[in-house]
Design a protein around this ligand. Structure first.
Ligand SMILES: NC(=O)c1ccc[n+]([C@@H]2O[C@H](COP(=O)([O-])OP(=O)(O)OC[C@H]3O[C@@H](n4cnc5c(N)ncnc54)[C@H](OP(=O)(O)O)[C@@H]3O)[C@@H](O)[C@H]2O)c1
Length: 251
């Protein structure tokens, strides 16, 4: 079937596109670099024509609740309108495990996205995944100097490759409203995985953990992002991922 991957040039998007092609699907990649903008709607009808399912893995990199909410609500509104016009039978949205009750910062936008998808006319599945193994490296790369400061975050990180494969299976299965959460195989703490990544890469930087204030900080430190006992457990541990070809060069 034809599957559209909105955000298919991004981190998890590239794995999703590859998994869909490996499974024999026709894939249309939707991103600004491919001439389609989910915030304006430009290029959407042509990109979506003939699709049976749309997997939304678009993203914005903001910590502002207002900016995040604006992005995910607008993107979802434009995608669902184009999908309704094209008769698409399944909208799959990737969200984040355990964010209920953390209606702050970036997660406010993800919760708004979930609400918009659920209120729409297109049959849907919200598929939540835990933080990717790449997350620690992304945060480390945002900071310069010998000391990096990271939030206290209890997590069960998961390989983005396995999230992409999961999303294709979810798209194939048809709309169920809410998919089983997908988390990684081991309980981890962000500061520890960041230190292991730096040691593996031979980088001489120190990592300090701080507890962030407010609802966001409380949520990160609460353990809720690790998901519950019913979550699907992916196979690849953080340390296996570190040694794999999926790890991007030097954080
Ligand atoms: N990172 C994590 O640990 C984690 C965990 C669970 C769930 N998630 C979710 O996974 C999703 C994807 O995250 P990611 O890290 O893979 O994202 P990413 O690498 O930042 O990629 C974002 C994608 O969205 C596209 N995009 C951004 N703005 C767009 C626009 N206006 N119109 C069309 N396309 C646009 C980008 O392409 P262009 O720039 O070319 O437009 C790119 O393909 C997010 O929704 C995130 O919440 C992430």
């Amino acid at each position: 079937m034809k599957i559209v991957v909105a955000g298919g040039t991004g981190l998890v998007g590239r794995y999703t596109v590859a998994a869909a092609r490996d499974a024999g699907h026709e894939v249309s990649v939707l991103s600004r670099s491919e001439g389609v903008d989910v915030l304006t709607g430009s290029g959407l009808p042509a990109a979506i024509a003939g699709a049976r399912a749309v997997i939304d893995v678009t993203n914005t990199t903001t910590l502002s609740a207002a900016t995040s909410t604006e992005f995910f609500e607008t993107a979802t509104r434009h995608l669902l309108a184009a999908e309704t016009d094209a008769g698409v039978g399944h909208h799959v949205a990737l969200s984040i495990v355990g964010i209920d009750g953390i209606d702050a910062a970036y997660y406010a936008g993800k919760l708004a996205q979930e609400r918009a998808v659920a209120a729409g006319d297109v049959p849907f599945t919200i598929a939540r995944a835990a933080q990717f193994h790449e997350f620690a490296g992304q945060l480390l790369a945002q900071q310069r100097g010998p000391v990096a400061v990271l939030p206290k975050l209890l997590m069960r990180p998961v390989a983005a490759r396995e999230v992409g494969e999961h999303l294709v299976r979810v798209a194939e299965a048809g709309a169920v409203g809410r998919a089983q959460d997908l988390v990684g195989p081991r309980d981890e703490v962000l500061v520890d995985v960041a230190r292991r990544q730096l040691a593996f890469e031979g980088a001489r930087r120190r990592v300090l953990g701080v507890r962030l204030p407010g609802a966001y900080g409380r949520g990160l430190a609460s353990g809720s992002l690790r998901g519950g006992p019913d979550a699907l457990r992916a196979a690849t541990t953080f340390d296996e991922w570190l040694r794999s070809e999926d790890r991007p060069p030097g954080a």
